[in-house]
Design a protein around this ligand. Structure first.
Ligand SMILES: Nc1nc2c(c(=O)[nH]1)N[C@H]1C(S)=C(S)[C@@H](COP(=O)(O)O)O[C@H]1N2
Ligand SMILES: [Mo]
Length: 586
């Protein structure tokens, strides 16, 4: 069958490259679930390493050193790109050639994956899905570049049928008035179109094999009563298609890498053996928890712990590659690996973390048992210079906290924490290392995924939230929260519990008082606490009488300061006011 190639070679190459990129992107995405070793490029690279004669290998290692893997994968990609371009050029002639080429790709990839140690049949999934998507993309792009278009014999274009599948002859071509340049139609009328019965039957016969034609002059074929005009090369539609394909390929690859990295780090995190602390926390005293239904438990489970950060995707930090750098106004800068950090004496402590954005009565507060190295120990290694008053800590994703030096050095359990409630930090809570400083709001102290601490001065440096309208220094304000009953609850008249939590970190909660409908303040009973750095449960029995009632609470800290009644919003340095709930009693 005669083929007219008007899609230029460069366009075919571009379509081939895009299809190849899409195949790899999708393969990477599927490999994100199936495991990084199932990504065909890696498998081919590994196989190539195994098949390479020793002298060549030695040459590569000597020449490229630690980069030899990168060079190898880069080499595989360059070869793949070249082949993909050739496949695209050939596919202009017959799409089938393109499919055969891509299938060849797939076979090589699949063989490489399957011959890796421990491979199973499902490991070919990334390769297969990738190649299929690449094939679909190739056909779609070449059709876009020069596809057919159905027009009735009169030469006018039918309106699009929404949702209706196009006839096989025009599959892939968009039937729309706007898509037909007026010149095309007139050209089709002035120069008698080629009417080719053979072409029609050929097209039908080749449908499965992908025999779409790409012809130069608009050709008209009669097919099933409709007339098909095949247009010439359409550069704009090719380029937009290529751009779309590249975007999808890139997004799939990035997502796949994210998923894959997460999977691998899950294993690393799960296999970490946490050292026993040099200073273990004593067992919790009896009676830290009243176990009243609806009352926050003394220790917040990791999966229930509030999460606040600026990270759109949770940073994936490999503890094997992690280091912590202490520099700035220090005698000698220090850089610690994860193993070195774990070799230092570890401290365990119960600490309640609070977010400055927490409204009165809000959920952004939680209490956990943290394990970590005292920040003071690490800082003393570096040697703090006089005049330094700020620790500017930076997370792996660039977030920063500014923490007062005197607070961290005053003996409290300010930690570079590695574990939370007996397990390595969850990714969301800063794995592998985060800061926890009792008494300071999270945004000025609790850097997750911390990698760098610059010892500096508040008059020289600014942390992330400071130019955004939040105070540079922000000790946690004494607060209380009523957990039961909740606003809007309907209660039965009679004895009922009013209970909640209260906090005054690093000072301690001395008293919580409760009043109903603005009446007398009554002392709540307080649960036990291990120290001054955690919240404290409180409870009071109340003889509820029918009607609507408002319950308020207020906390007094161990220094005798009662939380203020004055209501202020969270910005710039934490909300104030008494918590209140309103309930109906029947
Ligand atoms: N890297 C990083 N660390 C961060 C933040 C952040 O946005 N990025 N937010 C801080 C804030 S505002 C709070 S309140 C605490 C919350 O810690 P959590 O998510 O573990 O509860 O983390 C702090 N550490
Ligand atoms: Mo926060």
């Amino acid at each position: 069958m005669q083929k007219n190639e008007t899609v230029p070679a460069w366009a075919g190459a571009l379509a081939g490259l895009t299809a190849g990129a899409l195949a790899l992107g999708i393969a990477q995405l599927v490999a994100g679930f199936a495991g990084p070793e199932t990504f065909p490029v890696v498998a081919v690279g590994d196989a190539a390493v195994d098949l390479t004669p020793a002298p060549v290998k030695d040459f590569a290692i000597n020449t490229f050193g630690e980069n030899d893997k990168t060079v190898l994968v880069g080499g595989v990609l360059v070869v793949l790109a070249g082949i993909a371009a050739v496949i695209g050029v050939l596919a202009r002639r017959r799409l089938l050639y393109g499919y055969v080429g891509l299938a060849g790709f797939g076979v090589v990839g699949a063989v490489a994956v399957l011959t890796r140690p421990g491979a199973g049949a499902v490991d070919v999934l990334p390769t297969v899905v990738g190649v299929v998507c690449g094939g679909l993309a190739l056909g779609w792009l070449l059709r876009r570049a020069g596809g057919g278009l159905a027009v009735p014999a009169s030469g006018t274009v039918p309106a699009p049928e929404p949702g209706a599948a196009a006839r096989p002859e025009v599959s892939g071509a968009e039937i729309s008035r706007a898509e037909v340049p007026p010149a095309d139609t007139s050209r089709g009328e002035t120069s008698p179109p080629e009417v080719s019965e053979a072409g029609v039957s050929g097209a039908e016969g080749e449908e499965v094999g992908g025999g779409e034609r790409v012809v130069e002059r608009p050709a008209v074929m009669r097919a099933g009563g409709a007339t098909v005009v095949e247009r010439g090369f359409d550069r704009r539609r090719l380029i937009t298609g290529v751009a779309g394909g590249i975007v999808v390929a890139g997004a799939a690859a990035v997502l796949g890498r994210q998923l894959g990295g997460r999977r691998e780090l899950d294993t690393v995190r799960g296999n970490l053996a946490l050292p026993t602390p040099a200073r273990p926390a004593p067992p919790l005293p009896a009676g830290t928890d009243f176990h009243i239904p609806g009352l926050s438990s003394f220790t917040t489970k990791n999966q229930d712990f509030y999460r606040v950060d600026t990270a759109l995707v949770v940073p994936q930090v490999d503890p094997r590659a992690w280091t912590l750098r202490i520099h700035g106004m220090v005698d000698k800068p220090v850089e610690l690996t994860y193993a070195e950090l774990l070799n230092m004496p570890l401290t365990e402590a119960d600490i309640t973390l609070t977010c400055v954005s927490n409204e009165v009565g809000g959920p952004y507060v939680g209490n956990a048992r943290w394990l970590g190295v005292r920040m003071a120990d690490v800082l003393r290694r570096a040697g703090l210079q006089p005049g330094a008053d700020m620790l500017l800590s930076t997370s792996e994703d660039g977030f920063t906290c500014g923490t007062p030096v005197d607070v961290v050095m005053d003996g409290r359990e300010a930690l570079f924490a590695v574990a939370m409630n007996g397990e390595a930090l969850p990714f969301e809570h800063g794995f592998p290392v985060r800061q926890v400083v009792p008494g300071l709001y999270g945004y000025v102290s609790a850097t997750k995924w911390v990698v760098d601490v610059k010892v500096t001065r508040f008059d020289r440096d600014e942390a992330y939230w400071t130019p955004r309208g939040w105070a540079a220094k922000a000790p946690i304000k004494t607060q209380s929260r009523i957990d039961v009953p909740k606003t809007g609850d309907s209660l039965k008249a009679g004895r009922t519990a009013i209970a909640g939590v209260a906090w005054a970190q690093h000072t301690g909660v001395e008293a919580v008082e409760v009043r109903v409908d603005g009446g007398e303040w009554r002392q709540a009973r307080l649960a036990a606490v291990p120290g001054p750095d955690t919240w404290r449960q409180w409870a009071l029995d109340w003889d509820a009488t029918p009607g609507q009632h408002t319950i308020e609470a207020r906390t007094t800290d161990a220094a005798g300061r009662t939380q203020t009644e004055r209501q202020t919003p969270p910005a710039p340095d934490g909300a104030t006011g008494w918590p209140a709930v309103t309930v109906q009693v029947a």
